[in-house]
Design a protein around this ligand. Sequence first.
Ligand code: ADP
Ligand code: MG
Length: 212
Amino acid sequence: MDAEFFRAWLAEVASVVESQRDHLTQLDAAIGDADHGINLARGFSAVIVALEQVSTPSPGTVLTLAGTTLISKVGGASGPLYGMAFRQAGKALGNAVQADLAALAAALEAALAGVQKLGAAREGEKTMVDALAPAVAALDKAVADGVPAGAALSALADAAAAGAKATISMQALKGRASYLGPRSVGHEDPGAASTALILGALRDVAAREHIP
Ligand code: ADP
Ligand code: MG
């Protein structure tokens, strides 16, 4: 997977986030302040503009630029957290012009570590970590088992989607939703939902670009 592939992923993320903007905002209306879809749509459209303006010759530079842009353009909790995730992933990929599946898995591990370092959320606290952590574990397992990229990225996306749905029954212990206490139960966490969309976009782009 080259820089072009990672740019295609971010273009797909921007498109999916835009089409799901109202849905994400409605999820945040239930347990937050109704801005998550707006925040991410603004952020990823700014990422697309930045990628048109700045040369990104390697996968690492693509993800680092995305992270830096999200930090500068998105307020709220999710901007710094997603910004950290993409920057750490970019840093993990280094300057290599190609990233194989194992490198991508390591990059997503670094993204998760960055989110947890910044936000201090553990699994089960109803945040984006509940989608990202099982997704990273599923991809790590697929890599260890020698699963081809297409199937491995499907496992990644499926685990993220299942992790997001599993937040419905959780009580929020981090972020704005935690102010609701037990009343946060019964709603899907918006950040977990957006993480599932972002990783679903990765699977879809890999399928479209015929990554084996
Ligand atoms: P804000 O809560 O500031 O309005 P957003 O609505 O854009 O920001 O994002 C909310 C999402 O951020 C939550 O649904 C949750 O997934 C995520 N989030 C909030 N705090 C944390 C945290 N400490 N660690 C991980 N994710 C968090
Ligand atoms: Mg919000």
